[in-house]
Design a protein around this ligand. Structure first.
Ligand code: I22
Ligand code: ZN
Length: 206
């Protein structure tokens, strides 16, 4: 007799692959936003500004994944660029959560580290995480440019950021996977721009 749990796993797997393919196809329409986000970030880095990033859970990991691509590298050997994920400093996160509330953990770091011309990449698959929403609003108040990676209907975070990516799907994991493709593509486009600037003598290559 067939093992029911294995059959079910295969079925879940096939379902997820099918869903993922549909979602990834739907991302093609976001190419203008991909180009705009890459230009925004490359221009900021080339003028000495920095990348900031935040998100909760899997999106916290995405925020930290993204900043590492710039502090270390994505594909090219090149100089490091300044990028800070607000999801990794246990002292800041616990003290701020404890003293001012979890909703403030990212906004406070935007106020601490954000300067005019920096760029904040904010990830929320529901669009409704209050701490991410407050980070976006604080960034706008501070003159920090914003790029929002959203899901579902965008929730309360929609319509705020300078560049917005909306993955219209109802499953958090699938949305996160789409966000990952978008952020990796932006990394690739930014590296092309950084490389071109270095070749033109505007920036050291390493
Ligand atoms: O990674 C996952 C689910 O795939 C979870 O950790 C997920 O990120 C968490 O539930 C988050 O708290 C969801 O927050 P958000 O994306 O709605 O802002
Ligand atoms: Zn996850």
């Amino acid at each position: 007799m067939a093992d029911a749990s294995i059959d079910q796993d295969v079925s879940i797997f096939q379902h997820n692959v099918s869903e993922s393919l549909l979602i990834l196809q739907s991302l093609r329409k976001l190419e203008p936003q991909v180009e705009r986000a890459a230009k925004l970030l490359a221009d900021a880095l080339l003028s000495g500004k920095k990348l900031l990033a935040c998100g909760n859970g899997g999106s916290a990991a995405d925020a930290s994944h993204l900043t590492t691509e710039f502090v270390v590298r994505y594909q090219a050997d090149r100089r490091p660029y300044p990028a800070i994920s607000f999801t990794t400093n246990g002292g800041d996160l616990t003290a701020c959560g404890n003293d001012y509330g979890f909703d403030e953990i990212f906004a406070r770091q935007v106020r601490a580290f954000g300067h005019k011309g920096d760029v904040l990449f904010a990830f929320t698959t529901s669009g409704n995480s209050e701490n991410v929403l407050r980070a976006l609003l604080t960034a706008k108040d501070t003159g920090v440019s914003t790029v929002a990676f959203l899901g579902r209907d965008g929730g309360s975070s929609s319509g705020i950021a300078d560049v917005e990516f909306l993955v219209e799907h109802g499953v958090t994991a699938r949305i996160q996977e789409a966000h990952k493709l978008l952020l990796h593509t932006i990394c690739e486009l930014v590296e092309v721009r950084l490389h071109a600037a270095a070749n033109a003598g505007h920036q050291p290559l390493t």
